[in-house]
Design a protein around this ligand. Structure first.
Ligand code: NAD
Length: 437
């Protein structure tokens, strides 16, 4: 199958690379010249475990290439994936679909022969209809079917998620497109993973419903964590205790500093806008969002409490900046508001992240970025573990204790058993459990 993927970001690049790895002939397109130049020269613009090697192997096999020239990529393509960003509009949180619509126009101009146009970007219900309309306005004789195929991969485990998905959702009522999409995902079918075929609008909504549900699970366990701190219970044990119930499931029950990243915050807001447009109340989703918004302030207050109530004139060492481990993505990371709140309260903030610092630098002002966790912690009044990178799972606590000014360890991911921190002389402040000294 000859496939073009428009947009070579976290989703497009992984999609294109994995499809090439399955044997399809793939051209990845991006309008960012720097990205395409880097990819053409063997570089990878994002950090995603295993991606660099997979790209190199498929480029070497001649199945994967990169270009800025959308028309050239489309020539002879059976399938075109749209994988451009759909960020929240600053004005109202609604998904900004301008990138998707631009690509739809470009596709209309370049299309040749029957083509399946696949919306892989996360788009509100009804966007497929608009994409179809744009293409047919630009090219009234275009022979296309617009399909929805939302993506569920997680950054950090994107290759595994794409190649061994819990399910693939394909939204189309067109028989011809359905067969082509099944051929695209033949490997998934061969592996026995489910492929769900629905109406296009249903597929579009599945993506938002999935993300809103997962976000709700996180806000729920974060509220339980707050209660645990008041009643001397342990949130990780509560999560284990409820997660063992197969009706609940253990995943997405890890209390922490709040959800972030490029999907949950924007997709929950976009779902609320869609609901409002249709006069539907979604109070659970509304609360999920507001609990998460309040969480960042709560984390900043927790850090202030840990150092005696005020961070004025104090130095805080932040370990981890990305919204989760194994990605360099800083979009909507909880570290951004937490650091800003600490600075506003008079703290000096020092930070270290294994992969996220290049993306963090332009987003954070007056932060001293350091080369490793120990330099970061030197002379500080609190160490804050913000992201649970592997590198932070086995810190040399003895060494750390010798470097800090005040031995306070605020573990926002509950990586360390409190008694281990206490044994090394730290005051151990965690999430959803009592502080130990
Ligand atoms: P991204 O910002 O990393 O990548 C988007 C890419 O599209 C950029 O490289 C940009 O230069 C390119 N682009 C924009 N307009 C273009 C155009 N007209 N022509 C060619 N290229 C263009 O975004 P992402 O994280 O890959 O997300 C893409 C979509 O997938 C979004 O809708 C997102 O919600 C969804 N999604 C993301 C994830 C995730 O974990 N990142 C997971 C599932 C779904």
């Amino acid at each position: 199958m000859r496939i073009s993927v428009i947009g070579s970001g976290y989703v497009g690049l992984v999609t294109g690379t994995c499809l090439a790895d399955w044997g399809h002939e793939v051209v990845c397109v991006d309008r960012d010249p720097a990205k395409i130049e880097l990819l053409t020269n063997g570089g990878v613009p994002i950090y995603e475990p295993g991606l660099e090697q997979m790209i190199a192997a498929n480029v070497a096999r001649g199945r994967l290439s990169f270009t800025r020239d959308l028309a050239a990529a489309l020539a002879g393509s059976d399938v075109v994936f749209i994988a451009v960003g759909t960020p929240p509009r600053a004005s109202d949180g609604e998904a900004d679909l301008s990138f998707v619509y631009d690509v739809a126009r470009d596709i209309g101009e370049a299309i040749d022969g029957y083509t399946v146009v696949v919306c892989k970007s996360t788009v509100p219900v009804g966007t497929g209809d608009v994409v179809e309309r744009i293409i047919s306005q630009v090219r009234p004789d275009a022979d296309v079917t617009v399909v929805s195929n939302p993506e569920f991969l997680r950054e950090g485990s994107a290759i595994e998620d794409f190649t061994k998905p819990d399910r693939v959702v394909i939204g189309t009522e067109d028989e011809r497109a359905r067969e082509i999409m099944l051929a695209v995902y033949e490997q998934v079918r061969a592996n026995g993973q489910p492929i769900l075929i629905t109406k296009r609008r249903t597929a579009e909504l599945i993506k938002y419903a999935a993300n809103a549900f997962l976000a709700a699970k996180l806000s729920f366990i974060n509220e339980i964590a707050d209660l645990c701190e008041h009643v001397d219970a342990d949130v990780d044990e509560v999560a284990e205790g409820i997660g063992l119930d197969s009706r609940i499931g253990a995943k997405f029950l890890k209390a922490g500093p709040g959800f972030g990243g490029s999907c949950f915050p924007k997709d929950t807001l976009a779902l609320l806008r869609t609901a409002q447009d249709h006069g539907v109340d979604m109070r659970l989703v509304e609360t999920t969002v507001s609990v998460n918004d309040a969480r960042k302030r709560r984390m900043a207050l927790k850090i202030m409490d840990a150092v005696g109530g005020s961070v004025e004139g104090k130095t805080v060492a932040v370990l981890g900046l990305t919204f989760k481990a194994n990605t360099d993505d800083m979009r909507a990371s909880p570290s951004l508001p937490v650091v800003e709140l600490l600075q506003r309260a008079g703290a000096t903030v020092r930070a270290y992240d294994p992969e996220g610092m290049p993306q963090a630098r332009p987003l954070m002002s007056d932060v001293e970025f350091t080369d490793d966790p120990y330099t970061c912690a030197k002379g500080c009044d609190a160490v804050v573990l913000m992201t649970d990178w592997d590198e932070f799972q086995s810190l040399d606590l003895e060494r750390l204790r010798g470097l800090v000014r005040t031995p306070v360890f605020v573990d926002l991911r509950n990586v360390y058993a409190p008694d281990k921190l206490v044994k090394h002389g730290f005051t151990a402040v965690g999430i959803g459990r009592s502080t130990q000294t």
